[in-house]
Design a protein around this ligand. Structure first.
Ligand SMILES: Cc1cc2nc3c(=O)[nH]c(=O)nc-3n(C[C@H](O)[C@H](O)[C@H](O)COP(=O)(O)OP(=O)(O)OC[C@H]3O[C@@H](n4cnc5c(N)ncnc54)[C@H](O)[C@@H]3O)c2cc1C
Length: 386
């Protein structure tokens, strides 16, 4: 029990769960896998994902019939902490298991859940996110990809871009305009699309670090059956907001990831022959930042467990973890000096951290949400003077 009266010790059941997860992860986590954002690396990561599934560690919080362990949210956080502490690699299945799955649990039909979730958990179906389009990023409601009713289903046409790992995935979840006459976000529907359907073309393209991490997905009159709709027709905005809540909030970036990076930073500082006061401050700030995110998350989980969903507060998580990641990586590069250019994990980590303020909704948009919905500040309209 700490002085504020908060008890952070594991319950006996949680301690047992932690010990089992720790022992298994330490014995099995693969080290030195190539980047999962290349074709060869992705295949190597899938072997790991399938091993996780075989031992019921892929989706610990899910029901047993879908391959999970029915772990509580607290146990899920423990698993994440142990996963990263053991040096576990990025989860290339994350867009499915962390973004789509919570939305399927909330809005999917029983048949959709029974069919899709076990294959997702087993890394047989690999999902990518089809939100962004060439003319619609922050302004998601501005999408122009459309779905038109036809006999037995829908015909989809349009282009999705910035689709993470789209070139390696088998399925896409995305928003399509189903009512061209409705105002912006009112006429959208959420679709689940197999990427091997006739009329789909996927073209991978490189990122700043050279990996083929992105894809453009072109859809030309692609037929999908009625059961490809998730939630109600024309209610896709509501369903998509549930997905973005998971993306910004609890599930995509748990504190375990940053606690581990902070520990690596501390280890790096300890092994550095010398450092300045400024560099030492940066290490301490990064470490404190990771602890603070852990505490914030524990408070948030308490709220969720007690029936107070985070809603717009998930924007706070996103602002915080994306800034923290840059701070931690930058502190490491500063300690390494010119040697950073030769240090693959830290330099790659830094480049990826730079994307944090952009993906999952840019930080400017998150600040708008915090200003308007949490602080009740008036909307600011942008004036363009000529
Ligand atoms: C690593 C990475 C992975 C990604 N993965 C995916 C994916 O898997 N699927 C997918 O669909 N998309 C993905 N994206 C795309 C991402 O969602 C978009 O880049 C993001 O939403 C911003 O859209 P945009 O790039 O079109 O920029 P724009 O929306 O054009 O924004 C440009 C700039 O203007 C600012 N801006 C825009 N509107 C406002 C406003 N109202 N108020 C204040 N500032 C504003 C933005 O903050 C930004 O700085 C990914 C992006 C990255 C970097």
């Amino acid at each position: 029990m700490d002085p504020a009266g908060i008890d952070l010790t594991d319950s006996p059941a949680e301690a047992e769960f932690r010990a089992e997860a720790r022992a298994w992860l330490r014995a099995n986590v693969p080290h030195g896998l190539p980047s999962g954002d290349t074709r060869e690396g992705f295949a190597a990561h899938l072997d790991w994902e399938r091993q996780l599934f075989a031992e019921r560690w892929a989706v610990v919080s899910w029901p047993r019939e879908y391959g999970g362990r029915e772990a509580s949210l607290w146990e899920w956080l423990i698993f994440e902490e142990e996963y990263y502490a053991a040096g576990g690699p990025q989860r290339v299945t994350q867009n499915g298991i962390f973004l789509l799955a919570p939305t399927l649990f909330e809005f999917g039909t029983q048949t959709q859940r029974d069919t899709l979730l076990p294959r997702m958990a087993a890394a047989e179906d690999l999902w990518c996110q089809g939100w962004s389009e060439p003319g619609a990023g922050s302004d998601l409601a501005g999408i122009t990809s459309r779905a038109t009713r036809c006999e037995g289903g829908w015909r989809l046409s349009g282009q999705k871009t910035w689709t993470t790992r789209g070139a390696f995935c088998t399925h896409l979840f995305g928003l399509f305009r189903t009512d061209p006459d409705a105002v912006r976000h009112r006429g959208l529907t959420y679709f689940l699309v197999p990427l091997n359907a006739d009329g789909v073309q996927v073209r991978g393209f490189g990122r700043l670090d050279g990996d083929e991490g992105f894809a453009d997905v072109f859809l030309d009159d692609v037929f999908v059956a009625d059961d490809a709709v998730l939630g109600e027709v024309n209610q896709g905005w509501r369903v998509a907001m549930a997905t973005t809540g998971s993306e910004r909030g609890l599930t995509l970036r748990s504190p375990g990831r940053f606690l581990h990076t902070a520990q690596r930073l501390v280890d790096l500082a300890r092994s550095s022959p010398s450092y300045t006061h400024r560099q030492r401050d940066a290490v301490v700030r990064g470490w404190l930042g990771a602890q603070a995110y852990q505490w914030f998350t524990l408070a948030q989980v308490t709220d969720i467990v007690e029936g107070r969903p985070p809603g717009a507060r998930s924007s706070l998580n996103k602002l915080y973890w994306s800034g923290l990641d840059i701070e931690l990586q930058r502190a490491a590069l500063d300690l390494l000096g010119p040697a950073a250019a030769l240090d693959d994990p830290w330099s790659r980590g830094f480049l990826f951290a730079l994307a944090g303020p952009i993906y999952a909704g840019t930080n400017e948009i998150q600040r708008n949400i915090v200003a308007e919905r949490l602080l009740g500040l008036p909307r600011v309209s942008v004036c363009v003077s000529r």
